[in-house]
Write a protein that binds this ligand. Structure first.
Ligand SMILES: NC(=O)c1ccc[n+]([C@@H]2O[C@H](COP(=O)([O-])OP(=O)(O)OC[C@H]3O[C@@H](n4cnc5c(N)ncnc54)[C@H](OP(=O)(O)O)[C@@H]3O)[C@@H](O)[C@H]2O)c1
Length: 281
């Protein structure tokens, strides 16, 4: 039973790959990578896996039983075709099951919604593929906020447009555990599962990050327009509004979701007390 992991050179892909290797052994796992030399150190067979190259993907998925499609990072208009390539390649090469890493979020009305739309469209392609499937909808990674902690401390605050909305956060290692379970067990075949931990408000996040950096961080709510301008100044006119759209979605309740993590992994998601106790800055 060979399990292939796409974007194996990436942070999520490599974490899932390590968790799957722990479960089924390195000889049963294949790494697919757009840049194969970046995946050399993973201790498994590496094959080329560029989402833009259908023929290459089809060749690389030969002999594979189950494949993980990690959501791409290209702009939404290109991303859907890339996802379609992976699904079509899986069908053409006789793969039995596909698992997709989708994302929770606002379906309409925010600048992040086109990304959610691609995720939902991909879910439909996966379901219509004729393969066995399962789909995870990821919460928001908490790591980028922790990596940003020094900047928050410099400003003395976290400021964004989420206001008092609650957000289902998660971590890449916890997602890795969940996807390893979906890839190696058929228990959740034909299901869409929310993969996230307990929800946090931005005020709670500010308190937790403040305690890690030894500073008092306050939370300040911004309007959508202010926050789009703020993010665009730092990240540019493409990614700035997309990131701001996530926070609009948090305020509007799109991330205030129940999680299926415990049912998938067989234990609760790591608590935020435990996670932040292990954070070193
Ligand atoms: N839930 C969240 O909060 C959140 C936040 C950020 C991202 N995401 C999603 O989660 C995914 C994984 O995140 P991450 O942190 O692991 O990202 P990451 O570390 O930046 O990794 C991105 C991976 O995508 C690969 N890639 C880029 N273009 C590709 C293509 N055309 N074909 C095949 N592979 C390609 C990269 O390969 P190279 O080594 O060749 O560059 C790299 O391995 C992202 O793709 C995004 O959809 C979710």
């Amino acid at each position: 039973m060979t399990i292939a992991i796409t974007t194996a050179s990436g942070q999520l892909g490599s974490a899932v790959l390590a968790a799957v290797v722990d479960t089924v052994g390195a000889h049963n796992v294949v790494a697919l990578a757009r840049t194969p030399e970046k995946a050399k150190g993973l201790g498994v067979e590496v094959r080329p896996g560029d989402y833009d190259d259908l023929d290459q993907l089809t060749a690389s998925l030969q002999g594979v039983d189950t494949v993980l499609l990690v959501s791409g990072i290209s702009p939404p208009a290109e991303r859907i075709g890339q996802h379609r390539n992976v699904i079509d390649a899986a069908v053409a090469s006789g793969v039995r099951k596909i698992v997709f890493t989708g994302v929770q979020g606002p379906e309409t009305g925010t600048p992040f919604s086109p990304v959610i739309h691609v995720s939902l469209e991909t879910e439909e392609l996966v379901k219509a593929s004729g393969l066995a499937w399962s789909i995870g909808r990821n919460g928001i990674y908490i790591e980028p906020d922790v990596e940003y902690a020094a900047t928050y401390a410099e400003h003395g605050e976290i400021a964004n447009s989420a206001d008092d909305g609650r957000c289902a956060y998660t971590t890449r290692p916890e997602l890795a555990a969940a996807y390893a379970a979906l890839l190696t067990s058929d228990q959740h075949d034909g299901s869409i599962v929310n993969l996230s931990g307990a929800t946090l408000s931005q005020q709670e996040l500010a308190e937790r990050i403040g305690s890690v950096v030894g500073a008092t961080l306050t939370y300040r709510a911004m309007s959508d327009a202010e926050y789009v301008a703020d993010r665009s100044a730092e990240l540019g006119d493409f990614f700035g509004p997309i990131i701001a759209g996530i926070y609009q979605g948090i305020r509007e309740g799109a991330y205030d979701n129940e999680s299926d993590f415990a049912a998938v992994v067989g234990r609760p998601h790591q608590s935020w007390d435990a996670y932040f106790a292990g954070v070193e800055i």
